[in-house]
Design a protein around this ligand. Sequence first.
Ligand SMILES: *Cc1c(COP(=O)(O)O)cnc(C)c1O
Length: 377
Amino acid sequence: MSNFPARILVDLAAVRANVHRLRRGAPGAEVMAVVKADAYGHGLLPVARAAVQAGAGWLGVAQLNEALRLRADGHTVPILAWLYGPGAALDQALQADIDLSVGAHWALAEVLAAARQTGRTARVHLKVDTGMGRSGLPLPAWQDLLTEALRAQASGAINIVGVWSHLARADELDRSSVQDQIELFDEAVRHAEAGGADIELRHLANSAGMLLEPQTHYDLVRPGLAVYGLNPAPEVRDDPAFDLVPAMRVEADVLLVKDVPAGYGVSYAHTYTTPSQTVLGVIGMGYADGVPRHASNTGPVQVGRRRVQIAGRVCMDQTVLDLGPGADLTEGQIAVLFGSGAGGEPTAQDWADAVGTINYEIVARIGPRIPKTYLNE
Ligand SMILES: *Cc1c(COP(=O)(O)O)cnc(C)c1O
């Protein structure tokens, strides 16, 4: 058994069910399971295996090292990596048959150098900025990058297999910007084809785009959050939404239970004083474990059948709960921070609402030092 007084349970059956559901939702496209950021905090390798078992035809990551770890784990599906800096070991990426995103002139130059060095033809996805304002160049600057890439393709150093972009506002009630992005995306693809590129893979959709706007599906969809069963568009659909099953549950042991009188100051700076005689519980999880410090005095937790709240400041390794007056709660009981919600426990969305962030950040920041247990492997 682990010596850590908290644990993350990841239900891989939920991951598989979500991938099946996403495949059904985009029947004309392949599904790239986005497993960046340690699979949004769920654990890269077990989640990637489950996603591929369930028919994800692609894996997508931000960092090259994540892509290399997937190959080392034996994955043979195509893998796309989209973030690297000048001087990155692109030769290793090409040796490992990793597809690379190119959205800047320096990146194309480095991919070319790595292709020459390794004698391999790099598989490149050209990133166009259609309105996210983040990676990739916008039209018409993108066309210069395209022209250079076509020249590199003619030399045999690269193969432009994809044109891709990312949606900025697919999770909003007003999704008119999605239509604008589609138009610019189609224009970029037309330029590439007019230049003689044979684009096998056009891809644009994140979770919200693929679930809400089928015309974003193209050849490949790139869901991340939905793979983990979380709602990518809470402004559009209430939970439980989209037939997805949350895969992550976070539990902590109640390490200490104590009766305290009214007016008792709790945790640093006494931002909480007990309103009446009550019972406090202490758990061994804090902001070093990804419990947001902004959850001080507000984060929801379930202990037994009770929904309780964090009392006072979240500390680095510990957090105090006000379990309520006369609580018949005992040490060693389990406090559930969040889970699927099926047992009445809070969800990652509840935590996001409580601290003013998004469910993505709640799961992605859960600390790597908390041991993970995989269910239904
Ligand atoms: C993170 C990411 C995704 C997945 O986004 P979700 O909203 O989690 O579905 C897709 N594409 C790119 C480029 C990303 O960075």
